[in-house]
Design a binder for this molecule. Structure first.
Ligand SMILES: Nc1ncnc2c1ncn2[C@@H]1O[C@H](COP(=O)(O)OP(=O)(O)OP(=O)(O)O)[C@@H](O)[C@H]1O
Length: 365
């Protein structure tokens, strides 16, 4: 945890839109309090309509909060006039799902545009554009037009343009949702460089947990306008506390058996099944081996694997436990209590499916 003042701070922020055609008002953001530390990649995840875009628009002062306070880079946004808001916006870069490039301008022209608006002299502008295009790997496309580029290249131009005026914060609203998985990874790698090499704080808005898993340091989960969970990405994945978070985690970790897979596992393996989710820090496998030995039983991994969360390994393992009934029972009780394992029961006496497995099976099928 950092002790520096947060670069973005929201305190009890709500945004209520008047109902369309006199209908019921919509509370798009509902009493949100979060701090985003300078230098972090902060993810905001939620289903469509959860209020993510409104939250971003509040941070860059395109919407004004109905109540609460918002501070960006030390300046309070709420209650400011248009001139002060323009200054706030100037310190924030923004990239979009549909890239929002100007089709009539070249790549260089698009990147130069914010510099023209900021009245940067021509020679300086050209030098800055060259530098930015080199950073995003598009030097050879300077004279190309957006319609001659792939989706990934367009988003690189979007990123170069967003960085042109050297913002301290970059807001990425569904910036990879229009891209295929491979291109998504390229763009995420570039965003990671923007963060690590330029020290820019990035706020990533997405409904894709894989995006969060691959680059975010911390995340907030939104549902119906509220932030229902916030924490280190790794911890949130390892131990989701809110059902909405559990659903997102399940959509991204494919090592948890779906109901159909679990049924097949049960048919093949008559013994007691246990699902262990563990941080792979070395201590975890030691714990498992030791606990099995202490109870005088054997465990075989029958499903699962190790994936990466925030660049650290994380394991979801389904084990079949063999041994005397009482010993197996004692082992299962211990790992459920001390390691948050899920008892899956046996084929003849199955325990109810774990939340993660059930939802994974339903939603990612
Ligand atoms: N200008 C507006 N006027 C009225 N209602 C709005 C307005 N903007 C957003 N809303 C409503 O606020 C709620 C949150 O919308 P928002 O776009 O912030 O959600 P989201 O999580 O970003 O979803 P999506 O990913 O679909 O954009 C929705 O119910 C939406 O219909």
């Amino acid at each position: 945890m950092t002790t520096a003042a947060p670069i973005v701070s929201l305190r009890g922020v709500s945004k209520v839109f008047p109902g369309r055609r006199g209908g019921t008002p919509v509370t798009a953001v509902d009493d949100v309090t979060i701090d985003i530390a300078e230098g972090e990649i902060f993810g905001v995840i939620g289903y469509s309509g959860a209020g993510k875009s409104t939250l971003v628009r509040l941070i860059n002062a395109l919407e004004i909060a109905t109540s609460g306070t918002i501070t960006v880079a030390g300046a309070e946004v709420t209650g400011q006039g248009e001139r002060a808001l323009r200054r706030v916006r100037a310190g924030i870069g923004m990239i979009f799902q549909q890239f929002n490039l100007m089709g009539s301008r070249t790549v260089a022209g698009n990147v130069a545009y914010p510099l023209r608006v900021a009245r940067v002299p021509r020679a300086q502008r050209a030098a800055r554009v060259a530098e930015l295009l080199e950073f995003v790997g598009l030097t050879d496309k300077a004279r190309a037009y957006p319609n001659q580029l792939s989706g990934g290249q367009k988003q690189r131009v979007g990123i170069a343009r967003a960085l042109a005026t050297s913002p301290r914060i970059l807001l990425a609203d569904e910036s990879t949702s229009a891209l295929d998985p491979e291109t998504t990874q390229d763009v995420l790698t570039l965003l990671r460089r923007v963060n690590a090499e330029l020290g820019i704080t990035i706020v990533v808005i997405t409904h894709e947990m894989d995006v969060v898993r691959s680059i975010c340091h911390r995340i907030a989960v939104m549902e119906k306008g509220k932030v229902v969970e916030v924490g280190e990405a790794y911890d949130v994945f390892a131990n989701p506390r809110h059902p909405a978070t559990a659903r997102f985690v399940a959509s991204s970790l494919h090592d948890v058996p779906s109901p159909a897979v679990l049924q097949r596992l049960r048919n093949r393996h008559p013994g007691r099944l246990v699902l262990l989710r563990m941080k792979s820090d070395g201590a975890a496998s030691g714990y498992l081996t030791r606990t099995l030995r202490e109870h005088g039983i054997e465990g075989t991994i029958i499903y699962g694997g190790i994936s990466e969360i925030a660049e650290r390994p994380f394991g979801s393992l389904t084990l079949e436990i063999d041994g005397a009934v009482d010993d197996v029972e004692a082992f299962v009780r211990e790992v459920v209590a001390s390691a948050g394992a899920t008892d899956l029961g046996t084929a003849s006496s199955p325990s109810s499916l774990p939340l993660l497995g059930r939802i994974n099976g339903e939603e990612s099928a």
